[in-house]
Design a protein around this ligand. Sequence first.
Ligand SMILES: Cc1cc2nc3c(=O)[nH]c(=O)nc-3n(C[C@H](O)[C@H](O)[C@H](O)COP(=O)(O)OP(=O)(O)OC[C@H]3O[C@@H](n4cnc5c(N)ncnc54)[C@H](O)[C@@H]3O)c2cc1C
Length: 491
Amino acid sequence: MDGRYLSDAAHFPGGHAASVEVARAVDDVPGIVRNARTLLTVGAQSSLTGGATPMGEVVLSTEKLTRILEIGESHITVEAGVPVAAIQETLAARGAWFPPVPTFTGAFAGGIVATNAAGAATFRHGSVRKWVEALTVVLADGSVLTVERGVRRPADLGIPVPTYRMPGVDKVSAGYYAAPDMDLIDLFIGSEGTLGVITSVRFRTLAPQPTGALAFVPCASEANSLALVGELRRETAVAAIEHLDRRCLEILREDGADRRFDVSVPAGTDLALLVQIELRHDLTEREAYDEIQASLSAAAADTPLIRVCRLLSRHGLFDDTELALPGQTHRAGQLIAVREAVPAGVNERVGRAQREIDPRIAKTAADMIVPFERFGEMMRIYRDGFSRRGLDFAVWGHISDGNVHPNVLPRSYADVERGKEAILEFGREVARLGGCPLAEHGVGRNPVKQALLRGLYGDEGIEQMRAVKRALDPDWKLAPGVIFPRRVPDP
Ligand SMILES: Cc1cc2nc3c(=O)[nH]c(=O)nc-3n(C[C@H](O)[C@H](O)[C@H](O)COP(=O)(O)OP(=O)(O)OC[C@H]3O[C@@H](n4cnc5c(N)ncnc54)[C@H](O)[C@@H]3O)c2cc1C
């Protein structure tokens, strides 16, 4: 058997499979599902939760389901195995785009729907859920269901709707969607392969694609950055704002990534922001440059770019800001590479500690969101919780959403244990602040994430999810053990 199907990007240990079935066409899927005793559907296996790691099931790979079925004025219909990058390319050739893409564009259409993925532009455009118009799903008994948005309710299929209240934040990837009068399609989105195999998706799209600019903004203090972000969030041209804390900047320096990508971080910088700006689709580099020059004069016209520059000036940050204007693709690539060098540097350190110190050391990180107004409070909670336990840590992520990723830099297995304890504590605090401890990566098989889900909705909530699962998959065939265990774990 091909070993590459036995793990995902989370490097969840112990992956093994009964067999691997690669569907050559969507019509193969019902037969594969019917014949399997248990089955795990996989896309690109970029899951960060172990949700795409088999534990003895038949693995159903969607990698050959790569047909683009239809492109309309404002939608695209694709098979489940089409990578996000291919969707982007196909649409770009027509001047259109699909906004809610995750950072990893190798993820497949089926995978991003199954996890309700989110991306940098989610702040402005929402997560994948909002963009799904229709799905074709193969159910556990092999029957094929087509679900259009706005047509059916779970009750039509005899499925009970859970009564828990989902957190009122924009990114939630925490078990089954539930709301009074909910749409059936929303049950499948974010269900992580536990309720059906998605074989095709119709996504809503937009046109024309805006042109992009980026601003890398070193800030002297968190108070400084929060004041700026609070104002930038009100600017309609701002699609996303990323955040790198002081430890992240040290990691960039330690790894030489700042020099490699030609980004200067002045002495005294406490954190940096990367602001993603969407501008008029036909704005040229020259026009953008002229607007920036004009922003220095009080009499200049009021364009989105001028407003952003003025905000940076008003907060005393314009002079240290590095910009990538429309058309400056090399510079934009460098600024994005600096942002991506942080998770890469952290993962590299975790891997080294695993090899050199203790093989039990693993990535110990969270993916939590709070309403933006509570962001400063949440950062204090992360810092206090990690520092109290003597842990080295770095925090980065999507500050415009109030969603960041606190990561431990473990120096021993004891650090991993203490980190997990801190993350469970953060989950309780984040829920208290009106947020969600599981924002964009899903729950998967990760025991800490499953515990966070239980903490969020209680045992009663998990039991209601089991009732949904039983209604659609009474033999517990699809992705058993993903999101929640079949039975209540022993205390
Ligand atoms: C470098 C990197 C960056 C990332 N950045 C982001 C980010 O910005 N935002 C974000 O949300 N995530 C991010 N992720 C996580 C990951 O990319 C997403 O969870 C993605 O949606 C998974 O897609 P996939 O095709 O790889 O699915 P897999 O990893 O193969 O599967 C994920 C889950 O979906 C189920 N599944 C997959 N396909 C189907 C299908 N056709 N039908 C039913 N169930 C299915 C699987 O059973 C599994 O439970 C990142 C991961 C990496 C490695």
